[in-house]
Design a protein around this ligand. Structure first.
Ligand code: SF4
Length: 345
């Protein structure tokens, strides 16, 4: 028998859960929904469900009472069924993920469940059937905001990420010890999928062009991403005005907000940089901004070649299926350096 849906109590919702389990960029873009719910129901207990590797994005947000981090070894079917019991006291669940996992977590809950539409078919048309002339997919911020429409509440502005006091103090100390003399340009050369990544020689050329203009450069990435770029690493090691930082996410966030501008792929750090108030030069390879994931907010520069084969994937591929990788190879370092100059002077 289908469980009876619980109506909101007369005084408003008492316990609200927002579900967005991954990835980094999507968790960042979910924050305006969190803040809209907090404004509408300031007395409610508000919690966020997320995989533990992305929990730091929301951990320091004062709007949240609790972050439910899903451990890596507890995501099997039976684990999720067991975890779903933790949602039973909620009277509102906002599912911004719409995955099999979040559907399992919300299955048979008595709380009202609101979901964001994924526009899966339209996105797929952009990749596989552009001849059908699909309209652009609404930005993820808009899709998430629409999930709140049945409640009559709206989100306000782009996301903002809190890094926490410890990370903010650490970033201050990092920059004081380095003393580059002016805010650095942040370069973020990592991305999970190979076809989203700009070639290493282009990053190295960009680094050299910025250094030649006297701009300090701060490379930010995972340690594994740094190891995968040995030539860039060697170049960074030899320049006094360059540092490479592979610290934890809150620390990278704190450094980003102290930078002059950022250059990123279509990646989680692109959304994190924008959510720390930075103007971003975003390099799109095998994806495209029309899929709904351009950096949020004003002032960004989105560089996308719009090759005939682009976008060839929703999320990225291990290799270019055409072999030429023109979408990224033809994005020239000189053009990126010019875009940076317009943001960072
Ligand atoms: S060049 Fe075209 S086919 Fe190759 S990765 Fe880029 S968009 Fe895809």
């Amino acid at each position: 028998m289908t469980p009876r849906r619980r109506e909101p109590p007369a005084g408003g919702f008492r316990r609200i859960a927002v579900l967005r389990l991954s990835s980094l960029g999507d968790v960042v873009l979910a924050l305006p929904v969190v803040h809209a719910l907090r404004r509408a129901w300031p007395g409610a207990r508000l919690e966020f469900w997320v995989k533990e590797e992305y929990a730091d994005v929301v951990r320091f947000d004062p709007a949240l009472d609790h972050v439910r981090a899903l451990e890596r070894d507890a995501r099997r079917l039976e684990d999720l069924v067991s975890m779903s019991a933790e949602l039973e006291d909620c009277d509102l669940i906002v599912d911004l993920h719409g995955s099999a996992r979040t559907r399992l977590l919300t299955f048979r809950q008595r709380a009202r469940v609101l979901r964001a539409s994924s526009y899966r078919v339209r996105r797929s048309r952009w990749v596989h059937a552009r001849w059908t002339r699909p309209a652009p997919v609404p930005h993820a911020l808009e899709r998430y905001a629409r999930a709140l429409a049945p409640l009559g509440i709206a989100t306000a502005g782009p996301p903002r990420v809190h890094a926490g006091a410890e990370a903010e103090a650490w970033a201050e100390a990092f920059l004081s010890a380095w003393a580059p003399g002016r805010p650095p340009v942040a370069l973020c050369p990592g991305a999970r999928h190979a076809t989203k990544r700009w070639p290493e020689e282009h990053w190295t050329a960009l680094h050299d062009a910025l250094a030649a203009r006297g701009l300090p450069v701060l490379l930010l990435s995972l340690e594994s991403e740094r190891r995968a770029l040995p030539a860039l690493d060697a170049r960074a090691e030899g320049v006094a005005g360059t540092r490479w930082c592979t610290a934890a996410l809150p620390h990278l966030a704190a450094l980003l907000s102290r930078s002059a501008a950022a250059v990123t792929h279509d990646s989680g750090l692109m959304h994190l940089a924008a959510a720390r108030g930075l103007e971003v030069v975003a390099l799109f390879g095998s994806t495209a901004p029309e899929l709904g994931f351009a950096p949020a907010g004003e002032g960004h520069r989105v560089l996308c070649r719009r090759e005939r084969c682009q976008p060839c994937t929703l999320h990225g591929r291990p290799v270019c299926p055409r072999g030429h990788f023109r979408c990224m190879r033809e994005l020239r370092p000189e053009a990126v350096a010019e875009a940076v100059a317009t943001l960072a002077g």
